[in-house]
Design a protein around this ligand. Structure first.
Ligand code: CA
Length: 420
């Protein structure tokens, strides 16, 4: 191993505990409802007095009814409406968890997602090309202060998801740059051991030799050989490896082999399905309802990474009916002809927009293709960060926070009746 492949020394740093804003809206609202209640009680008393005195009782009862209606409206807002408005802007510095959809430094579509809870990080995939490692690690180094990736998930063996782990021997991979503790990978592939897939196996085995623990997703789901289905991330959050029947079954291509997972805690859910397609999505959605028997009909995930970059083959109806995303982030180079010249099928596709728009207009996209032939691209939203604490969820992007539906690209290339 060359000098460049040496690991960065592990230096433990003091983590500044972020103060939690305990002066919650909840307490303020309850106080206000109680105040209105006290006024209502006084009005009832006045009404009784008025009855005794024989004057003014009608006015007092009327005031009392208005106050009772006000209390009802307040409670309805607080317990029903407020529950459905999770995008209350909170400060990033107050967040317990942050999810980062990272730009990859080129015109190619790909995935790289960092989930951070305190000093515990989960990295899901690192595309889109081997050359993306520099761009990605520059970004990661802003957030990973102990040089340890506690969990690494590699969803499937496609270059735009695993290139950063499958570098040539003399080029740093994510495994070379960070100490990766627990690595969870796809259970199946149709790749043969040569080229990039051979590089991946070598880099993975190097990291295992340096002390990493490796499980395939089927072992996690079944909790076999020491693997677990859920891992504690701290601050009440956990990582759950979800069911995918293609952990055990063979299929064409690679997409349906994707490792799927949910990060959840504090009543919030963040869903990641790699490039899972229709057959996988439908089986996952059905099994999720069984595995989570107490799931209410109003269950919604707070964040969903658009499956397969907003492809027409993913984010299907039966899947979305179960998960009902509130925020959706798409990792792609929008409008790129990398896979097709048919505009409506370029990521994010018209079919994807037709289906996701039923559930949310909070759709964000990492990168925008300007001129594929001439290597021109720019940030669309840029690096997208979704962060949360018990008070709400915030979205902050490196370029701008404009929703897809409000962009010039959308108006020129896509349409939606739901977003009008
Ligand atoms: Ca760490």
């Amino acid at each position: 191993m060359g000098e460049n492949n040496k690991k960065r020394p592990y230096t433990k740093k003091t983590v500044r505990k972020t103060p939690s804003r305990k002066t919650s809206v909840h307490n303020e609202t309850v106080k206000n409802v109680l105040k209105v209640g006290a006024v209502a009680a006084a009005a009832v008393k006045t009404a009784k007095k008025g009855k005794k005195s024989g004057g003014g009782s009608f006015v007092a009862v009327f005031v009392c009814l208005i106050l009772i209606l006000a209390i009802g409206a307040g409670l309805y807002y607080f317990f029903v409406l407020k529950k459905d408005t999770p995008d209350k802007n909170i400060a990033f510095s107050d967040a317990d968890i942050s999810v980062h959809f990272i730009e990859l430094g080129n015109k190619y579509t790909g995935d790289c997602t960092l989930i951070k809870v305190g000093d515990t990080e989960v990295l899901i995939d690192c595309g889109s090309r081997v050359s993306s490692v520099g761009t990605v690690s520059d970004y990661l180094n802003n957030y990973i202060k102990d040089n340890i990736l506690e969990y690494v998930i590699i969803t499937h063996a496609h270059e735009d998801h695993y290139a950063g782990f499958a570098t040539p021997e003399n080029v740093n991979s994510i495994f070379d740059l960070y100490e990766c503790k627990t690595i969870i990978t796809f259970s199946n592939t149709n790749q043969v051991v040569k080229g990039m897939y051979a590089n991946y196996l070598r880099e993975l085995n190097d990291e295992i030799a340096r002390g990493a623990t490796h499980y395939t997703a089927d072992k996690c789901y079944n909790e076999e050989d020491g693997a677990k289905r859920t891992y504690d991330l701290g601050k009440g959050y956990e990582l759950e490896i979800l069911y995918n029947k293609f952990y055990w079954e063979t299929t064409e291509g690679e997409n349906n082999f994707s490792v799927c997972c949910m990060v959840q805690g504090d009543g919030k859910h963040f869903l990641f399905t790699g490039d899972l397609e229709k057959k996988g999505e439908e089986a996952l959605a059905e099994r999720y309802k069984t595995d989570h028997a107490s799931l209410s009909a109003s269950f919604k995930v707070d964040l969903y990474k658009a499956g397969h970059h907003g492809s027409k083959t993913s984010s299907n109806v039966k899947f979305l009916e179960v998960f009902k995303p509130k925020i959706c982030c798409v990792c792609c180079c929008a409008g790129s002809s990398e896979y097709t010249k048919v505009s409506e099928n370029q990521f994010p596709t018209q079919d994807f927009i037709d289906r996701i728009s039923v559930y949310t207009d909070k759709v964000y996209v990492t990168t925008l293709c300007i001129d594929y032939a001439n290597n021109k691209f720019e940030s669309f939203n840029g690096n997208i960060v979704v962060f949360a604490n018990s008070e709400g969820i915030g979205v902050k992007c490196s370029a701008n926070d404009i929703k897809l539906k409000d962009t010039a690209w959308f108006n020129e290339n896509r349409t939606s009746n739901n977003w009008k």
